[in-house]
Design a protein around this ligand. Structure first.
Ligand SMILES: [Zn+2]
Ligand SMILES: [Zn+2]
Length: 110
């Protein structure tokens, strides 16, 4: 994304130097050369480089095989394994019954 921008000739309204800006200079609007632009810019956010703090911490989403928990299907009463911890009092369905149920309403995407 860099070095590919179209540059436009302009005259810096601060120092009067001829310069090039990466946007079309609008008439009546002030244009600054990159030096003056930088000088007038609040020194806070440095742009370019820096701040790559993301990455890591995302691997809990694609962590290999899921932990399976033994349960008894509420429909067919068969012992089965489910990819979540069965909650007491909540009916658990084996894959077959789960699919059957789902197929009745919408598409199967177990
Ligand atoms: Zn300037
Ligand atoms: Zn079942």
């Amino acid at each position: 994304m860099e070095g590919d921008r179209e540059m436009h000739k302009a005259v810096c309204s601060d120092c009067g130097a001829e310069c090039e800006v990466p946007f079309v200079p609008e008439e009546g609007k002030k244009v600054r050369c990159s030096d003056c632009f930088r000088k007038n810019r609040p020194p806070r956010r440095s742009f370019g480089g820096g701040g790559r703090s993301f990455g890591g911490g995302r691997d809990r989403f694609n962590r290999g095989p899921r932990e399976m928990h033994k349960a008894v299907c509420a429909e067919c009463k068969q012992e089965c394994e489910v990819p979540f911890k069965p909650t007491e009092g909540k009916p658990v369905l084996c894959i077959n019954c789960y699919r059957n149920k789902k197929n009745q309403s919408q598409e199967d995407e177990f």
